[in-house]
Design a protein around this ligand. Structure first.
Ligand SMILES: [Zn+2]
Length: 171
């Protein structure tokens, strides 16, 4: 993304009609390789991703940030309540398994977002990722209470330190 791209806006490409093109200062960038507006860098970030026969479009929150987990970046393929296919990108190491949901820190701000498991189309892929925290041991209810209380107050104790080591990814 260029420095002044925030001045532009999402649009349907005026030439090929595909959604998720970008218009800025009278110029359109399109992810469609067959289109005269095609832009390679734009495609890398914004092209829809196919899962089976379905295309998922990237969610653009309109926010900017520097959160980038590099090699730990993964996509969450998600069907919204409105029946639209969207994908989010986040840090696989921050996935938390919470009953009917998973939550993860997402780009570009690092904000934590919850996803309904039944709507995540690549749940098995995320679960089986070697860096996924699905494999981490989960604190018991009593341990969570200690971790939460100290994290919130910014205090510590020998028990807290032991639990921090046992659950390094707990936030
Ligand atoms: Zn186009």
């Amino acid at each position: 993304m260029g420095l002044f791209d925030f001045l532009g806006k999402k649009c349907d490409c005026p030439i090929c009609g595909r959604p998720n093109a970008w218009e800025a200062r009278g110029k359109v960038k399109c992810w469609n390789k067959e289109c005269p507006n095609y832009d390679a860098a734009y495609r890398r970030e914004h092209a829809p991703v196919d899962v089976g026969s379905e295309a998922f479009e990237k969610v653009d929150s309109g926010w900017s940030g520097k959160f980038d987990p590099g090699e730990f970046r993964v996509k969450v393929m998600y069907r919204t309540a409105q029946g639209e296919n969207r994908y989010y990108e986040g840090d696989v190491r921050t996935i938390r398994d919470v009953r009917a949901h998973i939550s993860m820190r997402i780009l570009p701000t690092g904000r934590r977002v919850a996803f309904d498991k039944s709507r995540v189309k690549n749940l098995e892929e995320l679960k089986s990722h070697p860096a996924s925290s699905f494999h981490d041991p989960k604190p018991t209810a009593a341990e969570s209470k200690v971790l939460r209380a100290h994290s919130r107050r910014g205090t510590t104790s020998p028990l807290f330190e032991t639990l921090r080591q046992k659950y390094p990814n707990y936030e």
